[in-house]
Design a protein around this ligand. Structure first.
Ligand SMILES: Nc1ncnc2c1ncn2[C@@H]1O[C@H](COP(=O)(O)OP(=O)(O)OP(=O)(O)O)[C@@H](O)[C@H]1O
Ligand SMILES: [Mg+2]
Length: 154
């Protein structure tokens, strides 16, 4: 497990960007942490690193649940399951069609997917410290996750 302290949104963006530049698809990332902790901020950096066009503005897909963005060699699939009522609803939002060899999947509020034993290559946990910095911990699983984290300059 690796841990960094992010003192500003810029730093969280940079971490996302580094992950985006390093990751190869297919890859799945779970983001956990309270409201406003910085999950979407990290995804904005991830999009930059993957080469998603700057004209796309990355926001939390809270209402449509899934947003997809074409990237250079991959496809960024950004999910926010905050408003999902149950794991059954995953089928209706088209989760089953989401994967594929070119997909980088990143999920805010991943609880229902974890319940279904969906396997993430990397879990990123955001916590506030007493000064409102973000403590960001990376928990890779499997060789793809471990390999990615070992390549990051943290
Ligand atoms: N160190 C930091 N890292 C990330 N964001 C920060 C940091 N410091 C301040 N911020 C600010 O905190 C806010 C984080 O919002 P963001 O939308 O990324 O949170 P979120 O975890 O996606 O929340 P939600 O669960 O509501 O989707 C932004 O306004 C960002 O500018
Ligand atoms: Mg968000």
């Amino acid at each position: 497990m690796k841990k960094i302290i992010s003192h500003a949104a810029e730093q969280t963006l940079d971490l996302g960007k580094q992950i985006g530049k390093t990751v190869s698809s297919p890859f799945a990332i779970a983001l956990r942490g309270d409201l406003g902790a910085g999950k979407t901020t990290l995804v904005q950096g991830l999009a930059k690193g993957l080469g998603v066009d700057d004209n796309y503005y990355i926001t939390s897909p809270t209402f449509n649940i899934i947003n997809e963005y074409p990237a250079k060699e991959t496809r960024l699939c950004h999910l926010d399951l905050y408003r999902l009522g149950s794991a059954d609803e995953l089928e209706y939002i088209g989760f089953d069609d989401l994967g594929g060899p070119d997909a980088v999947i990143v999920v805010e509020w991943p609880g229902f997917l974890e319940e279904m034993q969906f396997e993430f290559d990397l879990e990123i946990k955001f916590e506030f410290d007493t000064d409102y910095n973000r403590v960001i911990s990376l928990f890779p699983s499997g060789h793809k996750g471990v390999n990615l984290v070992s390549k990051l300059f943290l």
